[in-house]
Design a protein around this ligand. Structure first.
Ligand code: A2P
Length: 356
């Protein structure tokens, strides 16, 4: 299918519209003036009948079913990989293009894995399903890609500080409830995440491969970053940690390049790249923070400095933060959909997605 595979004003469905990402998908469509003819909101039967406001209208949540995609041109999925595997192909068979936020199709060579600022050109090869990458892979790829283009990337090392939102709305609620219980001195038994979350952090809750010691999140980040950056052999080391933050991830990055790197030049490259806001104020000790990334479409990038762990001078250290629910999920999906429109949407740039 050609990249511009949607009509100018498509009929749109959101699968998982009541979830942490689904709610943001609805907001992004509204705030970016996405041109659409109609919007259908789908979730489990538990949510059927609930009302949601969209562009001054009241929409009713419907239960997802086999007939949900009749007349739908674009289906945005965010209800987990199990449902994507079952209903994604049904949506395509009904004539829709699917942008899928789950991990179901991310390594399928027929399904482009897209961060629009980095590899929008790969959309041209889609066969009905486009995969929205893992949140860490997106937030890392946005600053890595322009530096890789400018300086030639050899190796990536990263440590993540991941918010509750990546584990869904129920995990965000568990963080709130367990923090309140902790402050009240009350007992709290975690139901969603495997460990106490209040005033604590722990290795990412994805299953651990006992042989390698890497967890599923880390393996996704490695594979997906390689695919997005078009560098299948790129050495990447990563440690993924869940921290008690609601909805913005942070990442400490160390990038090794082909030759010695000038941090000032790197900062200029980052400042000129799309989807990035540089926050790098050494005097005031002001650098990217999850609290400032929240509600922002841009990835915040700072602490740009030579990595003294590499005496050759070829490595750069930086710290980034990005809203997991926006650029890490819903916003990236909507930006993909915008690229599938025949005429580029007259939508807001990412940075204007600021909410108080
Ligand atoms: P519901 O709210 O009705 O359970 P999150 O990632 O925040 O946990 O959200 C998951 C999303 O997936 C929610 O919108 C949820 O709807 C939806 N979902 C879960 N199970 C189903 C299902 N069986 N059919 C359709 N949607 C589902």
């Amino acid at each position: 299918m050609p990249a511009s595979s949607l009509p100018p004003s498509p009929h749109v469905a959101i699968v998982g519209a009541t979830g942490a990402v689904g709610v943001e998908l609805v907001r992004c469509l509204e705030e970016r003036n996405f041109p659409l003819a109609s919007l259908r909101l789908l979730a489990s039967p538990r949510s059927a009948g609930r009302k949601v406001r969209f562009r001054g209208q009241t929409l009713t949540i419907e239960a997802l079913g086999d007939d949900s995609f009749q007349g739908v041109d674009l289906a945005l999925f965010s209800a987990g990989s199990g449902l994507s595997k079952v209903y994604g192909p049904k949506a395509v068979a009904a004539g829709a293009v699917v942008v899928d936020n789950s991990s179901a199709f991310r390594m399928d060579p027929d399904c482009p894995l897209v961060v629009p600022e980095v590899n929008a050109e790969t959309l041209a090869g889609h066969h009905g399903i486009v995969a929205n990458p893992n949140c860490v892979a997106i937030i890392a790829a946005v600053p890595i890609a322009p530096l890789a283009r400018a300086f030639g990337l050899r190796r990536v090392q990263m440590a993540t500080y991941q918010a509750a939102s990546g584990a869904g709305a129920a995990a965000m609620e568990e963080l709130r409830a367990s923090t309140q219980a902790w402050l009240a001195g009350a007992a709290f038994t975690p139901q969603v995440l495997p460990h106490p979350y209040a005033f604590n952090l722990f290795s990412h809750n994805a299953d651990v491969d006992v042989e390698s010691g890497y967890n599923g999140e880390e393996l996704k980040v490695i594979e997906e970053c390689r695919r997005i950056l078009g560098a299948p052999e790129l050495p990447i080391g990563v440690t993924c940690i869940r921290v008690p933050v609601l909805r913005a991830h942070a990442i400490a990055l160390s990038l090794e390049f082909d030759r010695p790197i000038d941090p000032d030049l790197a900062r200029e490259v980052l400042a000129a790249a799309p989807g990035i806001r540089v926050i790098d104020d050494r005097t005031r000790n002001h650098f990217p923070m999850p609290s400032e990334a929240e509600g922002q479409g841009d990835v915040l990038v700072g602490r740009v400095r030579r990595d003294l762990g590499d005496p050759s001078g070829r490595s750069l250290a930086l710290f980034v933060a990005g809203d997991q629910l926006l650029k890490g999920a819903a916003l990236n999906a909507v930006q993909i959909a915008e690229r599938l429109l025949p005429v580029p949407a007259a939508s807001a740039p990412a940075g204007e997605l600021v909410r108080a």
